[in-house]
Design a protein around this ligand. Structure first.
Ligand code: DOR
Length: 430
């Protein structure tokens, strides 16, 4: 099987490539990059040619924070529907959080996820296992077993690990398998009873507002534990200026801390909850304009390494209730690229920096093989039309989760083809 992508603007930050060139794929791997590949493409079995003129060709997008909901909450999402949503959003690799039912705290759940994902075969799915048994924060899960089964990191995401001794043990135990711990940073005493950020919006709406330091305090703690143990910690869904400042300072001292944010944290403020739209309820909550500015600055100077979606699909019955009773989360896989491209339009990032935040950098955080177009690598690629205008309509989502505060938004730029291991898995209008 051969595929020749011709005439696209190829951007691969792992090789400092940003130029118009062709890519030859043979037997599922990148065989060559260059302008004179026609002969090679035609020898033996002729390659299928894809005209990528005026399009962008990048490594397949990588999302290291996704909730797939299976097993247990299949009405919200399945591994199949989540994989479809990922492919339609331009992703070829996703890592899924363990807060399913049962929780992914043992090898049979990890193996189940991998088996189901392989059966559907649309994207590479990497399971993240729980830090603690049942994610209840008391006893560490069996990391050796989970690592052997294919877990790529440990996290109790959705819940904070409040016990510092357990977190210290988690970082050391995970490190013995070369895996990072991903921390959901929330001081649950400070956030108890709150549903949005503390600020003008909480004062005006009367919705319970939680202070941003609920996040900062746990970021500070995890940085201290990472520094003390010398091990790696990855901070999930960074939403506050305080977190950005703490991570920046820790990185400058050589602490092994990495961080991600999600599109809603650099696109929306807590203004979005003023109309009581439960689709804007998310944890951590949407913050202030100052926090948004700091998140963008963190992305620009590399303090925040990656953009992840925190794709959190929910059913209508979870969301169409009073704000306080609604589940937290945004269905993000199919809007992530369109929203993130706005960072290029407003001058926060160059296109190459943005692609790095969505490919190479997240891959390195979880030691995943993707995120590169190096010769010999698996041929996972995304073709993007930067100029394609489109309107967010959740009715068109492949995800079962239609919960988005971006309904009706006009965006520009979309993945139009997703290729996994040399096979076209998704194409716009196909
Ligand atoms: O808003 C959120 N939803 N934040 C989380 O940390 C968990 C997620 C979920 O699982 O729905």
């Amino acid at each position: 099987m051969k595929l020749l992508l011709k005439g696209g603007r190829v951007i691969d930050p792992t090789q400092q490539i940003d130029e118009i060139t062709d890519i030859l794929i043979v037997d599922g791997r990148i065989a060559a990059l260059g302008r004179e590949l026609d002969k090679q493409a035609e020898s033996g079995t002729a390659a299928r040619v894809i005209d990528a003129t005026s399009k962008i060709v990048v490594p397949g997008l990588v999302d290291i924070h996704v909730h797939l909901r299976e097993p247990g909450f299949e009405y919200k999402e399945t591994i199949a529907s989540g994989s479809e949503a990922a492919a339609a959003g331009g992703f070829t690799s996703i890592a899924c959080m363990p807060n399913s039912k049962p929780i992914n705290d043992n090898r049979s759940v990890t193996e189940y996820i991998l088996r189901k994902a392989a059966l559907c075969g649309l994207v590479r799915v990497y399971p993240i296992a729980a830090v603690s048994k049942g994610s209840d924060g008391s006893v560490l899960a069996e990391y050796g077993d989970l690592w052997e089964a294919g877990a790529v990191a440990f996290s109790d995401d959705g819940k904070a690990v409040t016990n510092s001794a357990l977190m210290l043990g988690a970082m050391e135990y995970a490190a013995s398998y070369g895996l990072p711990v991903i921390s959901h940073c929330e001081d649950t005493n400070l956030s108890a009873g709150t549903v949005i950020n503390e600020g003008l919006a909480s004062a005006e709406t009367g919705l319970g507002g939680g202070p941003s330091i609920a996040e900062d305090i746990m970021v500070a703690r995890d940085i201290l534990i990472a520094e003390y143990t010398g091990q790696a910690v990855h901070i999930a869904h960074v939403s506050t200026a305080g977190s950005v400042r703490l991570i920046r300072e820790a990185k400058s001292r050589g602490v092994r801390v990495t961080a991600e944010t999600a599109p809603h944290y650099f696109t929306l403020t807590d203004d979005a909850v003023r109309g009581f739209d439960s689709n804007a309820r998310v944890n951590p909550p949407l913050r202030s304009p100052g926090d948004v500015t700091a998140i963008k600055e963190g992305l620009r100077d590399g303090t925040i390494d990656a953009i992840a979606t925190d794709h959190a699909p929910h059913g209508i019955t979870d969301k169409e209730v009073e704000f306080e009773a609604a589940a937290s989360g945004i269905s993000g896989l199919e809007t992530s690229l369109g929203l993130s491209l706005r960072l290029v339009d407003d001058g926060t990032l160059t296109l190459s920096q943005l692609i790095d935040c969505m490919t190479g950098k997240p891959s390195r955080i979880l030691n995943l093989p993707g995120g590169t177009l190096k010769v010999g690598a698996a041929a996972d690629l995304t073709v993007i039309d930067l100029n394609l205008p489109w309107t967010v309509d959740p009715a068109n989502f492949r995800s079962k989760g239609r919960n988005t505060p971006f309904r009706g938004w006009d965006l520009r730029g979309k993945a139009i083809m997703t290729i996994l291991g040399g096979e076209i898995k998704w194409a716009e209008n196909s």
